[in-house]
Design a protein around this ligand. Structure first.
Ligand SMILES: NC(=O)c1ccc[n+]([C@@H]2O[C@H](COP(=O)([O-])OP(=O)(O)OC[C@H]3O[C@@H](n4cnc5c(N)ncnc54)[C@H](OP(=O)(O)O)[C@@H]3O)[C@@H](O)[C@H]2O)c1
Length: 275
């Protein structure tokens, strides 16, 4: 039995899909089983990292698990996992753990990795770069005005499709040997102007990126996230301006096919852009 936490998220839903397709027995954890929308064939159980007592039953009879990175709340899970004899855990981490200045987000992921490492359970750390799914935050602006406002227009990154992250996680959960860590990016560096243009092309509407100042962007971001996380995001964009947006082919070597392109991702999430 494989337990998937974060099973209703961008990455988790796709992990469930991969594992079911591979014929694995899957149990999915969520705080809201009734609203989970998970497919038939998966055992859906209620659990909350903030209430570790709810995790014990979910871990019964489980050999391997995907661990979603709920910051500051992994110890309860790991304690029950050890007690229940969990053999392997695959943790969703971040490329930020390898940055010279990991920042608030990278340090939080580093603490997660250290906690998992010191649990003694065999572990794989999956370290993706920025998600293509972050750009769903643009959907409303594109639908309303065709214009996305944001800072650092020329910040170039190689964002990664959640289906690729999930495929790497599923491979790490089911392979014979334990991989220590896997770093992954998307196939191609793209700046924000280029990404908005591609979204418009796939949707068949004109769409453009309009640069705003860092201060304006910060004021907007802190409505949705803690200030240190907003600073981290803005610093990441600033350092990527006119950069190479390094793309590595790790996903391809682990999953045996090329990583999904940005246009393919927009096609995949088209309903979310049109909603
Ligand atoms: N965005 C990026 O660029 C990026 C880059 C590298 C790493 N990451 C990491 O990836 C994560 C986002 O992944 P995602 O997009 O797949 O997530 P997501 O779509 O935001 O979904 C969050 C998932 O976490 C579960 N969850 C949240 N709090 C929980 C709790 N207290 N107990 C149990 N489950 C809980 C939710 O389950 P229910 O609501 O169903 O309970 C849901 O399935 C980030 O948190 C970040 O750490 C992100």
């Amino acid at each position: 039995m494989i337990l998937v936490t974060g099973s209703t998220g961008n990455v988790g839903r796709n992990i469930v899909h991969h594992l079911l397709a591979a014929g694995e027995e899957v149990r999915a954890l969520t705080r809201d089983p009734a609203g989970s929308g998970l497919p038939a064939g998966v055992e859906v159980v209620e659990g909350d990292f903030a209430r570790p007592d709810t995790l014990s039953t979910a871990l019964e009879g489980v050999q391997r698990a995907f661990l979603f990175p709920v910051f500051g709340a992994l110890d309860g899970f790991l304690g029950h996992a050890r007690g229940n004899g969990l053999e392997r855990v695959v943790l969703l981490s971040s490329s930020a753990v390898t940055f010279p200045t990991p920042g608030w987000v990278g340090e939080a992921h580093q603490r997660n990795e250290e906690e998992v490492r010191s649990s003694g359970i065999a572990a794989t750390f999956v370290r993706p770069t920025v998600f293509m799914a972050n750009d769903l935050a643009w959907a409303e602006q594109i639908a309303a005005t065709g214009t996305v406002q944001g800072p650092y227009a020329k910040a170039a990154m190689a964002p990664v499709d959640e289906r690729d992250i999930a495929a790497v996680v599923a491979a790490a959960l089911t392979s014979q040997k334990t991989l220590d860590h896997v770093s992954l990016t998307g196939p191609q560096p793209l700046n924000q102007v280029e990404r908005v243009r591609i979204i418009g092309e796939v949707l068949g509407i004109p769409a453009r990126f309009e640069e705003i100042s860092r201060d304006e962007a910060h004021a907007h971001l802190v409505r949705h996230m803690p200030a240190p996380a907003a600073d981290f995001l803005l610093d990441q964009l600033k350092s990527a301006v006119d950069g190479e947006g390094e793309a590595v082919s790790t996903a391809e070597s682990v999953i045996g096919r090329p990583a999904y392109t940005y246009a393919s991702w927009v096609e995949h999430r088209i309903a979310d852009f049109r909603r």
